[in-house]
Design a protein around this ligand. Structure first.
Ligand code: PA5
Length: 432
């Protein structure tokens, strides 16, 4: 059972926190937004109970693994990359790619995201072209960064394996009907996985965008969907009372009524660092419109206690810190007693690393609270598929409902178009 909880007490109880009358005032709008959301739910709400994508991904993943693949390159950017990267970082071994093959549950995983030639060259340095699969992921089918990475990898595969070899080792994850990648996949006879039309990039982690790389690495895709389904069911039952939904109102008010327009997600587990990056895109690209929206920012505890917490405590009072706590760290390490005569070191002996991590979390939360710095906590029982599925779904719901409160369309991104048009023109794309 998914173990995810949300605690907003320190958004209201701190000095300068949200007042009861402010919350009461926004409640009817929150109910209206939730009713509208549930009456005509966005496409991502049906994903947890749509088994067909998981089944298709399991089939393709099996084909990849049984081919003796050593490397799998996921090519995509933005919503076509951040979800799978979050899953990989959270659930696979931190040194996954350098583990011996028998200690992994699948091929090495590489992400070609940016158009930095240094990164792609490095991937091609370590991957074995004789046994590499490439998955090119773009919903629109023509994102310049993704197609550029794909063209280089395609050339590299054709050089080593010939056309036939490239075709047999390439997957296109894209719109079910249209776009240039569709056209390429028909011409080259590539295996195709769909990104459903009604699910936008940053809401697509539970489509083949996230499910295929997860299945290739042997992660428990079913559990991911079970967690997400549980969240969706709870939102249906609890409606505006669901904590993910209430959180939309809390963060909206923190920004619009309190001027705290920076939302820091501080994850106390290295494994969750990319989850924050995924969330930053979700919140930023969905809500930053018409001069509205708050700025999301990722931080890692304890690391950023030695970098950013000074600013959170004593800098401009424009932030809300959302701590992500993990209760159970299964690979805990005991600190061996040593240097007991040295006060500044000896006290650590006998404690554990996880204990120190969570004591520091608690200490930071307490210090923020006592200084009147609003903060909230998302608690995960453990970092596992089910809890992550729940959390992805919850944060997507929260973002969509925050969109209604702000009065913006959470599902478009018109602000990125201008730069794309200039790039196309400068790079000589016909028609620009
Ligand atoms: O959330 C979004 O829609 C965007 O971030 C897209 O995912 C991103 O621009 C990549 O688009 P595409 O999948 O079409 O290549």
């Amino acid at each position: 059972m998914a173990e995810v909880s949300f605690d907003y007490e320190n958004l209201t109880e701190v000095e300068g926190g949200l007042r009861r009358d402010e919350l009461d005032k926004v409640r009817p709008r929150l109910r209206e937004a939730t009713d509208g959301f549930l009456e005509d739910p966005p496409g991502f709400m049906r994903l947890p109970k749509t088994g067909e994508y998981a089944e298709a991904c399991a089939r393709v993943a099996e084909e990849i693994r049984s081919s003796g693949a050593t490397d799998f390159i996921h090519v995509g950017i933005g919503g076509s990359a951040l979800g799978p990267m979050a899953l990989h970082k959270a659930l696979n071994h931190p040194y996954y790619n350098v583990l011996p093959a028998e200690a992994r549950r699948g091929p090495r995983l590489h992400f070609a995201e940016n158009t930095d030639p240094n990164t792609l060259s490095a991937i091609l340095d370590v991957a074995d072209p004789q046994s590499t699969w490439v998955n090119v992921v773009t919903k629109s089918g023509s994102t310049a960064e993704t197609m550029a990475n794909f063209l280089v990898i395609r050339g590299w595969l054709v050089d080593s394996l010939g056309n036939f070899g490239y075709q047999g080792r390439s997957i296109a994850t894209t719109d079910p009907e249209e776009g240039f990648l569709r056209e390429i996949s028909s011409r080259d006879d590539l295996t195709v996985l769909p990104i459903p039309k009604d699910v936008g990039g940053r809401f697509s982690v539970l489509t083949p965008v996230g499910l295929l790389p997860a299945a290739v690495a042997g992660l428990e895709v079913e559990a991911l969907l079970t967690g997400a389904a549980r969240c969706a069911d709870e939102v249906h039952e609890q409606r505006a009372e669901h904590p993910a939904v209430t959180g939309a109102a809390m963060h909206y008010l923190m920004d619009t009524a309190r001027g705290r327009n920076i939302r820091v997600m501080m994850t106390y587990a290295d494994a969750l660092e990319r989850l924050a990056a995924w969330f930053v895109q979700l919140w930023a690209e969905s809500l930053g419109k018409d001069g509205k929206g708050s700025t999301p920012h990722g931080a890692v505890g304890t690391t950023d206690q030695h970098s950013q917490v000074q600013l959170y405590m004593e800098g401009p009072q424009d932030k809300v810190v959302e701590i992500v706590e993990v209760e159970d760290h299964p690979l805990d390490l005991r600190l061996p007693p040593a240097y007991e005569d040295l006060d500044g070191v000896g006290y650590l002996g006998g404690h554990t690393m996880a204990e120190l991590l969570n004591v520091e979390l608690d200490a930071t939360r307490k210090a923020l609270t006592e200084a009147g710095r609003p903060n909230s906590t998302i608690k995960l029982g453990a970092v596992n598929e089910e809890n992550l599925g729940y959390l992805f779904q919850a944060l997507e719901v929260q973002t969509a409902i925050a969109g209604s409160l702000y009065g913006v369309n959470a599902f478009d991104q018109p602000g990125v178009e201008a730069g794309k048009q200039i790039t196309y023109k400068r790079m000589g794309r016909p028609g620009y």
